[in-house]
Design a protein around this ligand. Sequence first.
Ligand SMILES: NC(=O)C1=CN([C@@H]2O[C@H](COP(=O)(O)OP(=O)(O)OC[C@H]3O[C@@H](n4cnc5c(N)ncnc54)[C@H](O)[C@@H]3O)[C@@H](O)[C@H]2O)C=CC1
Ligand SMILES: O=C(O)C(=O)COP(=O)(O)O
Length: 471
Amino acid sequence: MASAKEISPRQDLPVHALSTSPSASFHSSAGSFGLAGSFGLAGRIIPLANAKQLKPFATKDIKVLLLENVNQAGRDILTQQGYQVEFLKSSLPEDQLIEKIRDVHVIGIRSKTKLTARVLKEAKNLIVIGCFCIGTNQVDLQYAAEQGIAVFNSPFSNSRSVAELVIGEIIALARQLGDRSNEMHNGTWNKVSNKCWEIRGKTLGIIGYGHIGAQLSVLAEAMGMSVIFYDVSNLMALGTARQVETLEVLLAEADFVTCHVPELPETKGMIGQPQLELMKDGSYLINASRGTVVDIPALIHAMRSGKIAGAALDVYPNEPAGNGDYFNGDLNMWGNDLRSLKNLILTPHIGGSTEEAQSAIGVEVGQALVRYVNEGTTLGAVNLPEVTLRSLTMDEPNNARVIYIHRNIPGVLRKVNEIIGDHNVDKQMTDSRGDVAYLMADISNVDTAIIKALYESLESLSSRIMTRILY
Ligand SMILES: NC(=O)C1=CN([C@@H]2O[C@H](COP(=O)(O)OP(=O)(O)OC[C@H]3O[C@@H](n4cnc5c(N)ncnc54)[C@H](O)[C@@H]3O)[C@@H](O)[C@H]2O)C=CC1
Ligand SMILES: O=C(O)C(=O)COP(=O)(O)O
């Protein structure tokens, strides 16, 4: 039986020497069936002592498109694999995105790039999407799952950065720092204490007590604030924070209201005119979640009337694709109204934009993408069932890993096992999530011809969404 490096079905590709470097933890492994007919390479992230350490011979076949200035740490992880990585600083308009996405196996985005069904329909080679951020609302997750495209994100690497920004904004609003600073920039000395407050003893109302809301809760209490929160789930309150039954109760009690909910149909316009009217006279509003959560014209009205004494916005219903293009009429009609308001802090979606958060996200999502491309592991995927098997080792040189993503309908496993059951199945795991199921099986003692036959048989099943074979 040939060793794994010798069973490359690509006869035109050179067979390289074994890599023995332990630092080549991302460079271990083998080829794959199923990447748009090409034969890419597989590898593992955590090197077992005897992990199969094969020098990649065709990772250059894997094309990656990184948009929105994904951090260098993430880019390095992908380029070190030998993948072809194209990097752009900004997002792309839909027509250009469609042109580019046709060609790639992996796409990395942040919060701006909209991967709608219309865009994904054109992405014939795409196997995985990396959201180098928390939010995944910009991706049609269901459609992606139905195409067998896995989606990964970084669930909390920038949570602390957002919480710290909000703490800064609470103090800045209470002391009208933005206005005083602007006045000084314009040469005006305006020393006032009227309606400037300490935050000690004030009540912070947190809407959405998840990763960010909970971090903020701890920080705010340390500053001497009382914390109340509203969440659709019943959650353990940290410190002396208190969960309230309804949004209305929170709005009526809080001096500062801050939003930390995801973008969902239920959170769209969650803070509009009726909610602003319920807030205390002279209270403050902060939104660093998603731009659809707060009705901006209603906020403008409430600030003009003096009902709301100050606000901080980090997110907007329509955000520009790249730097420099600020609030033009096409994006947001009310830009000029916002800019004319006092004690309003406007930031360009920088809540999660710190060096610490961005490099942590780069590593986390970069590694998840490599694990998925090279090993098929879906741990942490937000739209597919989470399936993993331990890495193949040097003791298993002629093993192949079969990945079969299929519609979750009766009788599929019987048919798949009829196909792979003639071989020695070392290990197998399968799980489903809604209409989509994910099967992984490691098969021993196979050669190129067997792998090709298995691939074709699996591809011919009517339940098939996507087949990949790594070896
Ligand atoms: N400005 C920025 O740069 C950043 C913004 N974000 C945004 O912040 C959002 C929240 O982030 P995390 O705290 O990490 O999310 P999370 O998922 O940990 O927490 C969200 C919380 O909101 C609650 N929730 C959902 N629907 C609700 C509703 N209708 N009413 C009340 N509570 C509801 C959930 O039960 C959950 O506890 C993200 O989805 C993202 O859109 C996240 C990171 C950076
Ligand atoms: O993590 C998130 O969901 C954010 O909103 C941050 O988005 P960004 O990476 O700055 O485009």
